[in-house]
Structures are given as structure tokens and as C-alpha cells.
Design a protein around this ligand. Structure first.
Ligand SMILES: [Zn+2]
Length: 290
């Protein structure tokens, strides 16, 4: 009888292990939400707290966000000081949920002095190399949380990394369409430094790091001069920026508006995935400048 009971007990334990709930992951970046979904697969239930198209620089967690993080197993952040509310998240979890600051493990670029105080540029996902590094950080965090699912996470990460490799090859081919002396980027929010470094662009930002900053009239007149002198063919609006200054530039220099870029996270339509967003941005830039 004892043996039968022990057998039943073991069966019950086995059943419980199988019915183990998916990891609850709270993510404060649309780019990282996709990554957590792709690497976690069916083992992860991802809540993406920042809506598509929302300005992550202005985001503040609502009570519903704080409630969700308090019940999560893991929290993923872009880091590099993008989430000024990280203290609120830690407070909501009572320090009991692991907060993974993914961007903290990646190399940093710094905002240029004219953008105000020197600070880490948080827009690391515009470098595909950084995104591949981030995949390893996310994969390791998932393995640490569920070591028994290691093989699944490793395989999913390999598939995702290979897709990023394909994207890198595509980007190299696309960039070959644009001569070096035309790689001049005028944008309304200095968010594309990581992309600029990878592909040899010089950036002429219209305003500082935040889309809500208004540039001075001297900054605007300096920029108009640069656009005329450098014969820049196009300037770019962004998902979270006010296009007023860009309109003044196009009116006074003859440069055209090159199209909308998704600089602060994933977008909609063809830009709804990381690869789609990156292809949209680089195609828009190259096609307008070449
Ligand atoms: Zn930004």
C-alpha cells in the first residue's frame, strides 16, 4: 500500500511539473518585448508595458503597470537611464523580482555636448550588433529563471540571432547603394548615433536628445547653413518628434522630408517587428539620400 501511495505521489509531482506556469515577464521596451517573446516562446508570457508609438522618454508606469510587475518573474529594461522610474518598479516588487537592465551590458555612445548634459545615449537597438548582444543577456536571464528549459531558450535564441545576421547582410548590401559622401543624417531627435557609427553617417541633429526640447533659433540657423553647404538632400521626421522645425528646414533649404523613421522602438505595419523596423529606417534613409 505504501508503495502504491508513493507511486501516486510521484505521478502527482510529475503532473505538477508539467503544468508549471509560463514565466511572467514584464518588459519596458517594444524591442525587448519581441526578443523575450521570441526567446521565451511558449515558456514565457510577456507583458509589453510601453505601447507602440508611445514616447519612452516620457513614459510613466500606471498603477496597473506596477501591479503587473509585482506579479512578474522577471522585468526587462532598456536601461542606459531610459527608465527614470526604475525605482518605482523596484518598490512595487519589494525588491523580490529580478530586474534585468539589458542595455547596461552593452557598449555606450554618449550624447553630444550641444544636446545639453553629456549622458549615455539610450538608443542602443539601432546597432544590430548590440541587439545580438542583448539576445545573449535575455537568453541567460531566462535560463537562470528556468534552468530546466535551457535547451528551448538556447535554440530559440539561435534562430533569432540567425535572423539578425540575415538583417546585417541585407543592411550592408543596402548601404552599398549610398556613396560615402552622401551619408549625412539630419534628424529631429539625436537618436541614431548607434546606426551612424555602424554605417559611417555623420549626424546633424535638429534638437537635443528629447523630442520635446525646442532648439534655439541660432541652432536652427546653424543647421540651415550645414544643410546648404553639405548639399543634404533629405531630412527625417521621427515617430515621437514634433515636425515643425523640419518643415522650416525644408521650406528654407530645398531639402525634402525623407520620410518617417521609427527611432524610439518598434512601429506599426512593416515596422512592427525589429527586422521590419530596421529595414524601414535604413531603406527610408538610403532611398532619400542617394
Ligand atoms: Zn529617443
Amino acid at each position: 500500500m505504501k508503495r502504491v501511495l508513493l507511486f501516486l505521489f510521484c505521478l502527482a509531482l510529475g503532473g505538477m511539473a508539467q503544468a508549471e506556469e509560463a514565466l511572467k515577464i514584464s518588459v519596458f521596451s517594444t524591442v525587448l518585448a519581441e526578443m523575450a517573446e521570441r526567446i521565451g516562446g511558449e515558456e514565457a508570457k510577456v507583458t509589453s508595458h510601453i505601447p507602440v508609438g508611445a514616447d519612452p522618454h516620457e513614459f510613466e508606469p500606471k498603477p496597473s503597470d506596477l501591479k503587473a510587475v509585482s506579479g512578474a518573474n522577471l522585468i526587462f529594461l532598456s536601461a542606459k537611464h531610459l527608465e527614470g522610474y526604475v525605482g518605482k518598479l523596484r518598490e512595487a516588487t519589494g525588491g523580490k523580482v529580478r530586474v534585468v537592465e539589458v542595455g547596461a551590458a552593452l557598449p555606450s555612445l554618449w550624447t553630444r555636448p550641444e544636446a545639453g548634459n553629456k549622458a549615455e545615449d539610450p538608443h542602443w537597438w539601432h546597432s544590430i550588433d548590440n541587439v545580438q548582444r542583448a539576445v545573449r543577456v535575455v537568453r541567460e536571464a531566462l535560463i537562470e529563471a528556468r534552468p530546466e528549459k535551457r535547451m528551448i531558450f538556447v535554440q530559440n535564441a539561435e534562430v533569432y540571432t540567425a535572423e539578425l545576421g540575415t538583417l546585417k547582410s541585407w543592411a550592408r548590401t543596402k548601404m552599398a547603394e549610398l556613396p560615402r559622401d552622401k551619408r549625412k543624417l539630419v534628424t529631429s531627435h539625436d537618436a541614431l548615433q548607434y546606426l551612424a557609427i555602424d554605417y559611417g553617417f555623420t549626424i546633424y541633429p535638429v534638437s537635443g536628445l528629447s523630442a520635446s526640447e525646442q532648439p534655439s533659433s541660432k541652432a536652427v540657423s546653424d543647421l540651415l547653413k550645414v544643410i546648404r553647404e553639405q548639399k543634404v538632400k533629405a531630412v527625417f521626421a521621427e515617430d515621437t518628434a514634433n515636425p515643425k522645425v523640419l518643415q522650416q528646414i525644408t521650406a528654407e533649404t530645398g531639402a525634402v522630408l525623407g520620410g518617417q523613421l521609427w527611432v524610439d522602438g518598434l512601429g506599426t505595419g512593416e515596422a512592427a517587428t525589429y527586422s521590419g523596423m530596421f529595414r524601414h529606417n535604413l531603406s527610408t534613409i538610403v532611398d532619400a539620400l542617394k
